[in-house]
Design a protein around this ligand. Structure first.
Ligand code: HEM
Length: 169
């Protein structure tokens, strides 16, 4: 919601897609998700603000070379997911919110890696909640100077809470 309110053009696109696909103010359902490609905006949001955990722990099972560094067997390594989402060689304008990116995805290309078993549930819930918030109300900001900084902890949160006010359509 914060990224969409910060990027009104993207909010409008998501809203129009919902209006045209499920109808204004109609509840969107799980079966609608594949018909709402722009609602995939949640992927771009998670690229910039990965919810949890932002530092994934790993332990080397053998000596390995990574990008010229030797990681010795037994070393504890923390993968910085937040930084991966902002690598310049992978993402054009990495700090800019661009929902139209074609390479944003949760799965990655290395299927042997661990993955979140809650992902299918989380994605459905995110699409349904975001879709109904956008489709049921217009939204205005209490404070127009939106601060988009993240606050780091066990989970990543907004440093300044979002103050969004629903307006009946
Ligand atoms: C948008 C929401 C969510 C995000 C961004 C997320 C992200 C992640 C990430 C990055 C990992 C680490 C994967 C790895 O080690 O490479 C993880 C692991 C895990 N997640 Fe989630 N998750 C979400 C929702 C959920 C939900 C809803 C559940 C449970 C219903 C869940 C349960 C778990 C569990 C049990 C693990 C540990 C898996 C393991 O180490 O084998 N997650 N999640």
């Amino acid at each position: 919601m914060a990224e969409l309110l910060h990027n009104p053009e993207a909010l409008l696109k998501a809203k129009l897609e919902l209006e045209q696909t499920v109808g204004k103010c109609n509840p969107n359902e799980e079966s609608d998700i594949t018909r709402l490609p722009y609602l995939q905006v949640v992927k771009e949001t998670l690229r910039l603000h990965p919810a949890a955990p932002s530092l994934l722990p790993r332990k080397a099972t053998k000596d390995v070379e990574i990008a010229g560094f030797t990681v010795p067997k037994g070393a504890q390594v923390f993968v910085n997911v937040w930084a991966i989402g902002r690598v310049e060689s992978t993402w054009d304008n990495p700090h800019t919110f661009i929902p139209e990116r074609s390479n944003a995805d949760f799965k990655g290309q290395n299927f042997e890696r661990r993955i979140c078993p809650g992902l299918p549930l989380a994605i459905r819930m995110l699409h349904l909640m975001l879709g109904s918030l956008i489709n049921s109300f217009d939204w205005k900001l209490d404070n127009h100077n939106m601060d988009m900084e993240d606050k780091f902890g066990l989970t990543v949160q907004k440093a300044q809470p979002l103050h969004a006010v629903p307006v009946a359509i």
